[in-house]
Design a protein around this ligand. Structure first.
Ligand SMILES: [Zn+2]
Length: 378
């Protein structure tokens, strides 16, 4: 039995705490703005007037009216979120910052041109069940996006390459083999350790500088944590949650949308003037379920720590890794309630350090939670 070494929870610096609260404030402002803009357009009647102007500009044709109105809406939303991003970034170099703001706006407008007519056409053709049809159509899209993410989207934002370090590869292969996984795809790149993709594209990404930032014991723990997401297939849980949210969110749009006809200048559920109402419903719904979503994510991550400790026995390395994030990277040890409800997808670092310090069931001969999934070390 190894002597038990307890890692103390460091305290975050005053500067880190101030920066943390600033980020919380900016996030909250962004969410309030995302609610305020559609509410303003809806309740002031400005949205309905903008719809009438759009209709006049394109000769009253249905789909072009919807697209023009949606594009105007997206520009207004980008102006509001741009102001908040300016506050967050305080860019010294304005030109590249503007490009960074305009590119997603353009992408959103293109997406609206290509796809927004679909739910509105469904509302007109199938007024009772359009929401179920739209959600059913979106689930496979979400599936394809999750599958395509690591092979199409992620390589656009960072350079990934297969792990070259032979010793590290061998260590990872041994860990994975204990859990019945052969030929585990591990790539180095980006700034996060994560498991992305679904089915054939599922792979582990390790941050670019992991060998600089982590000791070998810490890397073994990190990989063991990620192996939990890989082996248990946590991304399928993610897809199931997305599917449930799509059905519930669009059902709410359906129920509230029908009752809103005749108010706020909305003439029919598929009236483009209803778009701000639908944005308001979906944003409010998302904010209401976010605490539940985060609670579930924290549970998944807590279990990944447990899995990682059971597989690697790297308790001290793990605790030191988390403590280092507080000491060196300006992370918080614990969070306030607001952050916990709306932002926190992992257990707090203080909780993770305490758990790594104390979770050693194998030393007492107790049954491991993941003992049936991964063979114990031999
Ligand atoms: Zn994780």
């Amino acid at each position: 039995m190894s002597p038990i070494f307890l890692v103390a929870v460091p305290e975050a610096s005053a500067a880190a705490i101030a920066a943390f609260h600033q980020r919380e404030l900016i996030w909250a402002a962004g969410q309030l703005a995302a609610l305020a803009l559609p509410a303003l357009l809806l309740f002031s009647g400005l949205g309905a007037r903008l719809r009438s102007l759009s209709a006049r500009a394109v000769g009253g044709r249905r789909v072009p009216t919807l697209i023009l109105f949606a594009a105007l809406y997206l520009v207004l939303a980008a102006l509001v979120s741009g102001a908040i991003d300016w506050w967050r970034d305080m860019p010294k170099d304005v030109a590249p910052w503007l490009v960074g703001e305009l590119a997603p706006l353009l992408a959103r407008i293109v997406a609206a041109v290509l796809f927004l007519w679909i739910p509105f056409a469904l509302m007109r053709r199938f007024p009772r069940i359009w929401w179920a049809l739209a959600a059913s159509a979106l689930v496979p899209v979400a599936f394809l996006v999750l599958v395509a993410l690591p092979v199409v989207v992620d390589p656009l934002t960072a350079h990934y390459e297969p792990l070259k370090d032979k010793a590290l590869s061998a260590t990872i292969a041994t860990l994975a083999a204990r859990c019945g996984v052969t030929d585990i795809p591990v790539f180095i790149g980006g700034d996060d350790d994560t498991v992305v993709g679904l089915g054939p594209t599922k792979r582990i990404f390790l941050e670019e500088d992991i060998q600089k930032n982590e000791t070998s014991g810490q890397i073994v723990f990190t990989v063991s944590h990620e192996l939990k997401h890989y082996v248990i297939g946590d991304n399928w849980t993610g897809l199931a949650i997305i599917a449930a949210l799509l059905f519930a969110g669009l059902f709410l749009v359906h129920v509230i949308g029908r009752r809103a006809v005749g108010r706020f200048g909305i003439e029919r559920p598929e009236d483009p003037a209803a778009l701000p109402l639908y944005m308001l419903i979906l944003t409010a719904f998302w904010l209401c379920v976010l605490p539940v979503f985060n609670w579930e994510a924290r549970h998944i991550e807590f279990e990944a720590d447990r899995f990682g400790l059971e597989l690697s026995h790297q308790n001290e390395a793990a605790a030191q890794l988390f403590a280092g994030w507080i000491r060196k990277d300006g992370a918080m040890a614990d969070y306030d309630l607001f952050f916990k409800l709306f932002r926190q997808t992992h257990p707090s670092l203080a909780e993770r350090i305490r758990f790594a310090n104390t979770y050693r069931p194998w030393e007492k001969g107790e049954k491991l939670v993941y003992g049936d999934i991964c063979r114990p070390e031999t």
